[in-house]
Design a protein. Structure first.
Length: 102
């Protein structure tokens, strides 16, 4: 909250208008080595998709080269990207996950 003086010296309270936070898409990118089953597991584990939704997104990644997993605030998106990358590395898969401004 900010304050403003009127001509007679009284203080008026003004509410600062807050902008909604910028949102970011988390996107999986296709590669020729990561198994489709692994991509489904990632979508279920880190993005809480059910099996049908995860398969639909996995097929979009496979056919179109990329698929959006969700839209989040910057910190949440960055965390999800890092979790997916670390999980893929642990399982020796080159799955690429990036974030893009929405």
């Amino acid at each position: 909250m900010t304050t403003k003086f009127e001509d007679d010296g009284q203080l008026l309270a003004q509410r600062a208008k807050l902008q909604p936070p910028r949102m970011y898409k988390v996107v999986l990118l296709n590669d020729d080595y990561t198994p489709q089953d692994f991509v489904v597991v990632v979508l279920q584990r880190f993005f809480s998709f059910n099996t049908e939704q995860a398969i639909r997104i996995m097929l979009k990644v496979h056919r179109e080269g990329r698929g959006v997993c969700g839209v989040f605030t910057r910190d949440v998106a960055a965390t999800k990207v890092e979790q997916v990358r670390a999980f893929a590395r642990r399982h020796q898969h080159p799955l690429a996950c990036v974030m893009e401004e929405n």
